[in-house]
Design a protein. Structure first.
Length: 278
């Protein structure tokens, strides 16, 4: 089992990176990024079979990760940099013109770790299923992971993909849903209620699990269990939007607004600098 304290320290530094990146350009999506920081750290520092220094687009012989809700790019960029995919100093270029760290991840900038563009919601599960089938054809038994937002599940393509994966019993596929119950315009249940989410995924032929997405022990143990399952697995990950910064928690409004100078200072007071700021 990985050192939980170390993972928590990395997550704290990741959250510092997130608020600093978004504040610097007064643009971006801090809320969901903060909420998903623990998952990303667990994946890239404990779970994934990966080769950051020898990254390839095909990822043969490795696990693959796809981010479907691409607006939470700050957390992904921070974790990729801290895991060795590119230099941490590049985080200072977030959302600036002619840089690789655009607001929504794209492939044509050639940033290591990015395999699909994910600005439009609803497409990541389809891409992950395709990657899983490719690995099957290549006799590659490694896993494919994909993260979606719960508000994103209002997109029809998600359920077309879910139906296919369940019907074809796609193996070595693990999907996460960031189940924070908030989206850009309000609470998910007010915008378009998802109803009994577990029952929906069960009905589409998936093995459905739940976990606390802000608890490292829960993440590591649940993913380990999911990896032992045969068919497609979906993990409903309960998180808090804005996790780690008290005034960003409990509301949807921090989905896509940056902190002011004063708010940044307040946030950084709550987040320990553990690995050194970029």
């Amino acid at each position: 089992m990985s050192d939980i304290k170390h993972l928590q320290n990395v997550a704290s530094q990741t959250r510092r990176d997130i608020v600093r990146m978004v504040h610097a350009v007064q643009s971006g999506h801090p809320g969901g990024s903060l909420g998903c920081a623990d998952l990303f750290v667990a994946l890239y520092h404990a779970i994934l079979k990966q080769s950051p220094s020898n990254w390839t687009m095909n990822g043969e012989g490795e696990d693959l990760f796809f981010l479907s809700n691409g607006h939470i790019s700050p957390v992904w960029y921070s974790v990729l940099a801290r895991a060795g995919y590119f230099d941490v100093t590049e985080l200072d270029s977030f959302r600036k013109l002619n840089t690789r760290l655009q607001g929504h991840p794209t492939t044509h900038e050639g940033l290591p770790g990015i395999r699909i563009a994910s600005g439009s919601l609803g497409q990541g599960l389809s891409a992950a299923i395709g990657a899983s089938l490719s690995k099957k054809l290549n006799n590659d038994s490694n896993h494919v992971y994909v993260l979606m937002g719960d508000g994103e599940l209002q997109e029809g393509q998600v359920w077309e993909a879910a139906m296919f994966a369940g019907a074809k019993k796609v193996k070595n596929l693990i999907a996460f849903v960031d189940w924070n119950k908030r989206q850009i315009d309000g609470d998910v249940e007010d915008v378009m209620d998802l109803g009994d989410l577990k029952a929906k995924w069960d009905a589409f032929g998936w093995k459905t699990m739940e976990m606390d997405g802000n608890d490292m022990n829960s993440i590591l143990s649940t993913v380990e269990k999911a990896k032992s399952e045969e068919g497609p697995v979906v993990i409903l990950m309960k998180t808090e939007m804005g996790q780690g910064v008290d005034f960003m928690m409990g509301s949807h409004k921090w989905h896509g607004i940056p902190p002011s100078d004063e708010q940044l200072a307040q946030a950084l007071e709550q987040l320990e600098e553990t690995l050194g700021d970029y």
